[in-house]
Design a binder for this molecule. Structure first.
Ligand code: G6P
Length: 608
């Protein structure tokens, strides 16, 4: 994971680096560091802890004067979070500085080779080998040294590199970790992600695998790893800067939950034209849609949970068999992808290492890959055969909310389109579904408006030790997400169970006062889940039920009931997840946790 930034221009670099890092803290926040060339030598400051520790240490960058520098915010992989393991890393004479996002897989072998030549290491990181290896190969030509390093190291990397002997040039390299270059009138920047440069420019180059950027104040060149110059086109970024800021909300998560109606509407409306679903982005003819024999959905985390939901909907509406797997399992289980299998990779960031590897594997095996992605131009978006973008805008809180909601919408649209083409729903049924879809944004708004009720309930359970989420069918998929939201931001142990599975073991954990969150939005399964609720109540559980408006009899079986507005059975996840997000949020606040940056996590998981 980790975030990298770099600047060269006419302004003081340190404050620009710190500002850029503040937009990348979602990528990791175990430690931070910057290195700036001051006209004579490279000076460095780094510290364990959040970025604010580094800002204080450097008096907001004032202690490191200079107009060229690099910076890093870390999510520890090799080497515990500590001052020594923080980036930047250096060669022994401190004339080469490196920041790195990714993992150098063969670093032990390289370290041994370098140690045998007398190099001494100051950290436990894989990154430090890059600094020393650059030193080993550097004979006055920085580009040559960099390409030699690229041929020698294995793994993933986005690197920002400073050479004290090249004080007017910033170098950046990428393989399998994201990297962009921003071009502005007052100087140029590198970063792991666009929000870090948006304050200064909207003109961005996306660096591809095994490409090198050689950047000067008013000039930039791109090379491949054979030192051949490349021509690249810049892209204009259209998002608002404010979209990446908190905009008056106490936390990004709260803001992003409130942006869900817009995220849903923005994902939906461009695909609804004159009462029909238009998905030209699929890049598929009707014949190709009819020829799909199986869908394989692969993703991680919450994106995987939208995949579980999508299975019920794609099978229910389009009658196509669907398999869902987490990417880290899929990629190592030698899967069978028969002809006619459409592989769907779901990812907010478009950079998740396991999902990207799964995509590449599926393509190598000859499957067509459709990506459902939020970040335009991300690796997964670029490598897939076709992309269905979710238009949720930049998501900053580590715990996803609006991107998850937008992913659900993308799947509804896909399932409905396939159902229409394959004739598994009538046009009349489709028209009703479309009307239900259009109501989702305002229904989410309504649920968000009820947040105080949920806050009150959450306040009573901040001390909960174990929470169980139960449901059947799509309600089980909702449970998975509700449980993950709660545990990731509140650190309360929680589990999701298919309600019918409870009595095969888990019910033995229910005792007086155990909190159970029951999802009952699937009318045909309602009575079955009510029985499970009664079973846990009998054993002392406190039950919070989430069910459809009108199911008032639930009140006698539950301690607390939340109603969601009426919608089609396939769309209930979009509504039921909202109170669960709010519940997790308020519990997290009540426990004094860092909602937007929960411990040990990072937003973008670019290592496996
Ligand atoms: C991390 C995030 C989750 C996200 C998952 C997959 O764990 O905290 O919110 O669901 O990665 O990320 P992706 O960017 O591929 O959706």
């Amino acid at each position: 994971m980790c975030g990298i930034v770099g600047y060269i221009g006419e302004r003081q670099a340190a404050s620009i680096l710190l500002d850029g890092l503040s937009k990348l803290e979602y990528r990791g926040y175990d430690s931070a560091g910057i290195a700036v060339y001051n006209g004579e030598k490279i000076q460095m400051s780094k510290a364990k802890g959040r970025l604010k520790v580094l800002s204080e240490l450097t008096h907001d960058g004032e202690t490191l004067p200079g107009t060229i520098g690099i910076g890093h915010t870390r999510w520890a992989t090799h080497g515990a979070p500590s001052d020594a393991n923080s980036h930047p890393h250096f060669n022994e004479s401190m004339s080469i500085a490196v920041v790195h996002n990714g993992i150098i897989e063969n670093y032990i072998k390289i370290k041994k080779m370098l140690e045998s030549k007398g190099y001494q290491f100051a950290s436990d990181t894989d990154t430090e080998v890059v600094a020393h290896l650059l030193d080993y190969y550097y004979k006055g030509n920085a580009l040559e040294a960099i390409t030699k390093v690229m041929h020698r190291v294995e793994g993933s990397y986005a690197l920002g590199i400073l050479f004290a002997e090249k004080p007017d040039t910033l170098y950046a390299v990428r393989k399998d970790s994201p990297l962009i270059v921003g071009k502005s009138a007052n100087g140029n920047l590198i970063a792991s992600d666009v929000p870090a440069v948006l304050k200064y420019t909207r003109d961005v180059y996306f660096i591809e695998n095994e490409e090198i950027a050689v950047i000067q104040q008013d000039n930039m060149k791109f090379y491949n790893m054979y030192e051949e110059e490349l021509t690249k086109e810049s892209v204009k970024i259209e998002w608002d800067v404010e979209a990446a800021e908190k905009g008056g909300y106490e936390h990004f998560m709260l803001k992003e939950m409130h942006e869900q109606p817009k995220a849903v509407a923005d994902t939906l409306s461009p695909r609804l034209k004159e009462g029909k679903i238009v998905l030209d982005e699929l890049n598929m003819t009707e014949e190709e849609m009819k020829a799909i024999r199986k869908i394989m959905i692969v993703a991680c985390g919450s994106a995987y949970h939208t995949g579980v939901t999508a299975k019920y909907i794609l099978e229910g509406l389009a009658r196509i068999p669907v398999e869902v797997d987490v990417a880290s399992e899929f990629r190592y289980r030698n899967p069978i992808l028969e002809e006619g299998t459409l592989v769907i990779i779901i990812s907010q960031s478009g950079e998740t290492a396991d999902s990207l590897a799964a995509l590449r594997m599926a393509k190598n095996m000859g499957s067509k890959v459709l990506a459902i992605v939020n970040v335009v131009g991300s690796s997964i978006a670029r490598e897939a055969d076709s992309v269905l973008y979710t238009w949720a805008g930049p998501e900053i809180a580590v715990a996803t909310t609006k991107a998850y909601s937008a992913q659900l919408i993308a799947h509804y649209l896909l399932a409905m389109k396939l159902a229409e083409v394959r004739g598994t729903v009538t046009l009349e049924e489709l028209a009703v579904l479309i009307e239900d879809l259009k109501r989702i944004p305002e229904q989410i708004e309504l649920l968000l408006g009820n947040r105080e009720k949920i806050q009150k309930f959450a306040n009573r359970y901040v001390a909960a030790k174990d929470v169980f989420f139960i449901g059947r069918g799509i309600d089980y998929a909702i449970s998975l997400e509700g449980s993950l939201k709660l545990k990731e931001i509140s650190y309360i142990h929680s589990e999701a169970y298919a309600a019918g599975e409870l009595k095969h073991g888990t019910i033995s954990l229910i005792e007086d006062g155990t909190l159970v969150v029951a999802l009952l939005t699937q009318e045909e399964l309602y009575k079955k889940t009510v029985s499970n609720v009664v079973e846990v109540k009998t054993r002392g559980a406190v039950v919070l039920s989430v069910t459809n408006a009108g199911n008032t009899d639930m009140e006698k079986n539950s301690d607390y009931t939340i109603y969601i507005p009426k919608t089609n059975k396939y769309f209930t996840n979009s509504l039921a997840v909202v109170p669960l997000q709010l519940f997790a949020y308020y519990i997290s606040i009540g426990r004094g946790c860092d909602v937007d940056k929960p411990r040990n996590l990072a937003k973008s998981v670019t290592v496996e």
